[in-house]
Design a protein around this ligand. Structure first.
Ligand SMILES: [Zn+2]
Length: 329
């Protein structure tokens, strides 16, 4: 596998056909003994370096500004977070230790997805080694999500007239409740979510299209449910930008997952969603979303597989070789 990816990379002028957005501050935040594995960001970065990435392949995020946050979040909520004045109930629904470090973490993550969106609109594809905090609502955070980086990035691109319409393809195990709610009355963002039904969030506000799976559903059920919609949705909706939340948590050994999806099954998911976007020349941003396998290496491997699939899906290489590499196995 690594050899194949290497042979593709060696054909590009630069070793990587797209940029990554990343900062070491992503994994330095102290979450205490928490299931959210910030270390995965660092481990993934190291695997990409080992694959041959150089410093110029990485863009550093800047923290999102209040103006950016206010494109999605209410002034009251932004003030409360900024001043550290979340009520104990609000901090509790976040399910993370609320601290100034945590605020900085989410400001950078939001700025990172903005940067990746800007880059994808220039270059066609960009990978944020972070992001995907789809449970944040305009007026509150929950489920490990303080700010909705995906929604903020799309609203900013829209406000700056860089896009007319966009699509969110949410492959995280959990339904994208915050994102669905934010865009429910806005026809310029199509929200797609494929997720497990019988887990958090209890209330699932309707996305433009929701695909619900149930505990025990396997690769076959998952891919059968997914396949009819790609590239169909891209062709019908014609987004100017797609943000793909490539969650690693549908994985069968994930501590939060009841689905029985294998790592190769998730690769097929990635390939279907990314390859068809790139074939249609739709700018694509990849963000990581969740991942909580007992062995963190497995979560990192699934994210790394997504990156390898992104390399394959890149259209910048010789058509035939790329076509031969992306053909389904
Ligand atoms: Zn999740």
């Amino acid at each position: 596998m690594a050899d194949l990816v290497d042979s593709v990379l060696s054909l590009f002028g630069t070793r990587f056909p797209f940029k990554f957005v990343y900062t070491s501050e992503y994994w330095m935040v102290d979450m205490g003994p928490h299931i959210f594995p910030v270390k995965k960001y660092r481990m993934l970065y190291e695997k990409i370096i080992a694959l041959g990435a150089r410093p110029e392949d990485f863009l550093k995020p800047e923290p999102a500004s209040d103006d950016d946050l206010l494109l999605v979040h209410t002034p009251d909520y932004v003030n409360k977070v900024r001043s550290g004045n979340l009520s104990s109930l609000e901090a509790q629904s976040l399910e993370m230790p609320f601290s100034s470090q945590l605020i900085q973490f989410f400001l950078l993550m939001t700025g990172g997805t903005i940067k990746a969106a800007e880059e994808a609109l220039k270059a066609g594809l960009a990978v944020h080694l972070g992001g995907g905090f789809h449970h944040a609502f305009p007026d509150h955070g929950e489920g490990f999500c303080l700010f909705n980086d995906v929604a903020v990035a799309l609203e900013k691109m829209k406000q700056e007239r860089r896009i007319n319409r966009a699509m969110i393809v949410d492959g995280d195990l959990h339904q994208g409740n915050g994102t669905a709610s934010i865009f429910s009355k806005k026809d310029y963002v199509f929200t797609f979510s494929i997720h497990q039904m019988d887990i958090y969030p209890d209330h699932k506000p309707g996305s433009s299209l929701d695909i619900g799976l149930w505990s025990g559903d396997n690769d076959e059920a998952y891919l059968e449910a997914l396949q009819p919609h790609f590239p169909r949705l891209y062709e019908e909706y014609k987004p100017d930008l797609v943000i793909y939340i490539a969650g690693a948590d549908p994985y069968q050994k994930d501590l939060l997952s009841g689905l029985d999806i294998s790592a190769p099954g998730l690769k097929k998911r990635d390939r279907l969603i990314m390859e068809s976007a790139r074939r249609l020349k739709i700018p694509l941003v990849i963000v990581l979303g969740g991942g909580y396998a007992d062995q963190i290496e497995e979560t990192v491997e699934i994210h790394f597989n997504t990156i390898k699939e992104a390399i394959r899906a890149s259209k910048k290489g010789p058509q035939q070789l790329v076509a031969s590499l992306i053909s389904p196995k």
